[in-house]
Design a protein around this ligand. Sequence first.
Ligand code: FAD
Length: 460
Amino acid sequence: MNARILEADVGVVGAGPGGMAAARRLAAAGLQVVVLDEGQRAGGQIFRQLPVGASGHDRIAEPPSHEHGHRLIEHFERAGMDRRHGASVWDARPGRLWFEQGGESWLLRCQKIVLAPGAYDRVVPFPGWTLPGVMTAGALQVMVRGFGVVPGRRALVVGSGPLLLPTVASLVSAGVQVVAALEASSRWRALRALPAVIGNGARRREALWYAKKLLLAGVRLRWGWTVFGCEGDGRVQRAVIGKVDRAGRPRRDTARAIDVDVVGAGFGLVPSVELGLHLGCASRHDAARGGHHLVVDDAQRTSVAGVFAAGEICGIGGAEVAMAEGELAAAAVLHELRGAPIDAALRRAVAAERRAADAMLAAFAPMPGLHELASPDTIVCRCEDVTAQRARAAAALHGSSLRAVKMGCRAGMGPCQARICGPSLQAIANARPDEVMDRPIVQVPLKVVRSETIVDAPRD
Ligand SMILES: Cc1cc2nc3c(=O)[nH]c(=O)nc-3n(C[C@H](O)[C@H](O)[C@H](O)COP(=O)(O)OP(=O)(O)OC[C@H]3O[C@@H](n4cnc5c(N)ncnc54)[C@H](O)[C@@H]3O)c2cc1C
């Protein structure tokens, strides 16, 4: 047995904006903090850094708000704490986090846990979405900004929500021609987000920065359009695009083909709640905030004593929300461990950031009609090769719940454990018009780890 055990006051899962903000504040107050992140460097998804020694990032332009993030990384890396990268948390109990790092099995014993594991891309299956060259908008961002890879020459960016603009901007600065940028939401629906953007200085500056980028690159965002399918011999060569109605249903009479060699499809984000659900934390479904997210009180406490949460796990909101919630979660931990008062300004900051984010996201809430993009033979679960038709047959035979659909056709039982297919599986299987889904079904290991890690896991 190759077991290792760590002791700390606080264990923080995630070194994105939420986790970094919390950990920095806790370490500055003199607590012993261990931060666990499966990525190789700090920053999380939005402030992603190239691997050490790699080059190519300097040409990818970033909006002004990222300065703030890079300062946070600097402070975080200078604060005295145990930062562990390449560390995947695969099991947890209150006060205990089991993780794999460098092929070894570790246990962290801590008094408090702060969960800040972020989100996943929301996948909406359409014919050809599994072809090489077609990927999520987030994956494109990871490739371009996280690894300095230029993914193609002629790109199509489609989907819905605030992540489309950064994706277009990254591709353009990497020298890729963005031949079309399609937002499924209508211009009128999106206008609802305008007061939230205009009323918030940072968001306003960011929106103007992106607008200028698109203008200079000659990219026009088309509202009420999406991708109907992708085609190609061995990899994507063409995309069929067209208009959608207000619910997102494809208007087939508007279809037209364009030549592309890379497609980024980003239909929003889904909170990464598995760790929280496994710990027993209460959750709630809110389609505009990405679906199931953890419920927290006015100090980021979850329903489980000693477990706090910050960022996308509490509902999609973006980096500013994550940082404000990380600060508040840290203050609440300090209150419980040291009796320090919680500054009311931190609560006000969280409330203001959440209000702005909610107003923005309401304009891009998931459109159920987009599930009609999948034809009967479109793969919905790529781990288990399950088509829409098979998922529907399973639902008809076994019932409409997520569990019944999974048991009936094995969808969601592969290595991704339904992280990719889960958010749309039930809607497609049941042809349900709404987006209220069952809670994700979670089980350990919560991350893909070696079987030796589980066998060698330190006993508590
Ligand atoms: C793929 C992707 C790309 C994105 N790109 C952009 C972008 O370019 N611009 C933008 O404005 N927004 C982007 N976003 C949105 C962005 O996630 C949020 O706005 C912001 O980063 C949220 O901060 P967070 O701290 O909640 O989570 P994140 O920044 O996502 O940080 C969470 C961290 O937790 C780690 N983690 C998760 N689970 C575990 C585990 N079990 N064990 C160990 N570590 C774990 C992850 O490695 C990650 O570093 C992206 C989102 C995704 C999913």
